[in-house]
Design a protein. Structure first.
Length: 200
């Protein structure tokens, strides 16, 4: 795939459409001006078959490896070309693993989505590519008679499992990573774990 060049179909004076190859790997896209063939520009892209980030540290081994990453390398991840694109507001600290799912039917279209759990017992769904941030939905486990669990009660429990959890200061609640299964009748299922305190 390295050095692959493909012709772009002109769709306007300043835009064109490129269809990525079906095979995974790296591709180089080169666009040449019709008005002046001496003018051209190239861009490198990575095509992946990563099904999603659906659990803590990417897989049951918890090794954090993404073996389907082709675009990012030690050569191109640097402060001059790589960094934060946008941020999304949430209602508490985020310590659990954010999850990423591609090509979900949501918001009237097909989008890549990031799921985020906060220490305030909320889960958010954000567009993974939209800038500025676009929120699809937010759900809270708190309701009348249900409050956040005191951190002092939770501290000893989280110290027992320092790899998956960790004491997070004032609010120790949604430390459990949300798990996302795509094998639930083709629709997918989020499985959050939260500890709250209920009165009455």
């Amino acid at each position: 795939m390295d050095g692959l060049r493909r012709n772009l179909q002109q769709s306007g004076e300043t835009t064109a459409t490129y269809v990525a190859p079906n095979a995974v790997g790296n591709a180089t896209i080169t666009a040449t001006s019709i008005a002046d063939v001496t003018k051209s520009a190239s861009a490198n892209i990575g095509v992946t078959d990563l099904a999603g980030v659906t659990t803590y540290h990417n897989n049951p081994s918890r090794d954090g490896v993404n073996s389907r990453e082709f675009a990012l390398t030690t050569a191109n991840v640097k402060t001059s070309t790589f960094g934060k694109l946008f941020s999304c507001p949430v209602d508490g600290e985020v310590y659990a693993q954010p999850l990423w799912m591609p090509n979900l039917a949501i918001g009237g279209g097909t989008h890549n989505v990031v799921f985020v759990a906060t220490q305030n017992d909320s889960i958010y769904a954000f567009d993974a590519d939209a800038s500025p941030c676009h929120q699809y939905w937010q759900r809270s486990f708190l309701r009348a008679g249900v409050t956040q669990f005191p951190s002092q009660t939770r501290e000893r429990r989280y110290q027992q499992d320092s790899r998956n959890h960790g004491y997070a200061g004032d609010r120790s609640r949604d430390q459990h990573t949300v798990c996302d299964s795509q094998n639930q009748g083709g629709h997918g299922e989020l499985s959050p774990a939260s500890i709250c305190r209920q009165f009455g």
